[in-house]
Design a protein around this ligand. Structure first.
Ligand SMILES: *Cc1c(COP(=O)(O)O)cnc(C)c1O
Length: 357
């Protein structure tokens, strides 16, 4: 059997959840499990994240999956509902909505009594300069104050565009607008921290923090490693060596013959490729890890196979190769490929076998 495997370390997930608790001890934790728990598999992740106060997802289908698995915590739909017919399901299944435009407010008001009777909060989204979703100042103040007057329980919600950047001017504008609205609508609960903001601005934790990437043990920052943040990688992605080749100087390897050997070398072919979610780009040299030793990729990544240099490594057929995990960090693979860990994790394909570590 082809041995492309994704191992999920539930203890690492719990460790990272505890890191959130240390960093934001007074806030409730909305664990972000959208996109199949950032590609990790929502079922196994929920089991490890069961002590979260709530969960956050991007759409109703993702929320219903959580309910079907038997979890009863509050769930927030971070983009709200997409059509009127979703409102009744949301109410029946006790799922909370973000509202970010007028039509969603109309849908909500049409179901006001049932929504409130279920004890559901409304997350009102502030657009403070990211310019994706939300009401701007001062409109949002009117929206919130009228929702409150109608009997809704509101949470002021906001998302930073540059929480991962030091001294970015928009950060101050976003924070100031959030605080301004929070004061104008007081008393109101607040939520504006993703992983990066949880690390950077403890004073902005407020009522609910929304950690995503940090739970999975990847870094939200370009310039800080998971070790520096005291986080543990949750996913280990491995495959096996299925063939060995000795090539001579002048011989090429793989599609496009992009690599030409300068001297005799030993290659190993590993059964992994972009069909599994392994990235093909690598504008910078990419590496894998074999028993703690890093070794370079050779030539192009194909759909099902890669070649690696094992000239100086004893690695017979059947040797397990770590594509990313605790030795070769997903953040470093992402960097070599001109992307971020988030993307590599989320776009894991369904092909590798999933196992618990
Ligand atoms: C995805 C998401 C988060 C989590 O962001 P991370 O950077 O992964 O921590 C938080 N809030 C909202 C609204 C999101 O969409």
């Amino acid at each position: 059997m082809r041995q492309a495997t994704v191992y999920i370390d539930q203890e690492a997930l719990q460790y990272n959840l505890n890191r959130v608790k240390q960093l934001a001890p007074t806030a409730k934790i909305v664990s972000m499990v959208k996109a199949n728990a950032y590609g990790h598999g929502v079922k196994d992740c929920l089991a490890a994240l069961k002590d979260s106060d709530a969960f956050g997802v991007a759409c109703l289908e993702e929320a219903l999956e959580i309910r079907e698995l038997g979890y009863e915590q509050p769930i927030t739909l971070i983009e709200g509902i997409f059509s009127d017919d979703e409102m009744q399901i949301v109410i029946d299944k006790k799922i909370e909505c973000v509202v970010h435009h007028q039509q969603q407010l109309d849908w909500l008001r049409a179901h006001k009594d049932a929504y409130i009777a279920q004890g559901l909060k409304v997350w009102v989204k502030l657009n403070s300069g990211m310019n994706r979703l939300g009401f701007k100042v001062p409109e949002i103040i009117e929206v919130i104050n009228s929702l409150k007057a109608e009997g809704f329980t509101c949470v002021l919600a906001m998302h930073f565009a540059n929480a991962d950047a030091e001294n970015y001017p928009l950060n101050d504008q976003q924070r100031d607008q959030f605080l301004q609205v929070k004061e104008a609508c007081a008393p109101i609960m607040g939520s504006c921290c993703n992983s990066a903001a949880i690390f950077k601005w403890p004073e902005l934790n407020f009522d609910f923090v929304r950690p995503g990437i940090m739970l999975y043990g990847a870094t939200p920052f370009a310039d800080k490693t998971v070790a520096e943040l005291d986080l543990k990688p949750v996913m280990t992605f491995t495959a096996e060596i299925i063939a060995l080749n000795t090539i001579q100087a002048g011989e090429s390897v793989g599609y496009g013959s992009t690599f030409i050997a300068e001297q005799e070398m030993q290659l190993a072919i590993v059964s992994i490729g972009y069909g599994d979610g392994y990235p093909r780009a690598f504008p910078k040299q990419n590496y894998v890890s074999i028993n703690g030793q890093q070794t370079r990729l050779i030539g192009r990544v194909a759909m099902d196979m890669i070649a690696i240099d094992v000239t100086h490594i004893n690695a017979p057929i059947g040797t397990e190769v770590e594509l990313w995990g605790k030795e070769r960090l997903v953040d470093d693979v992402a960097e070599a490929n001109g992307t971020i860990g988030y993307e590599l994790l989320c776009r894991m394909s369904a092909r590798p076998v999933r196992k618990l570590a």
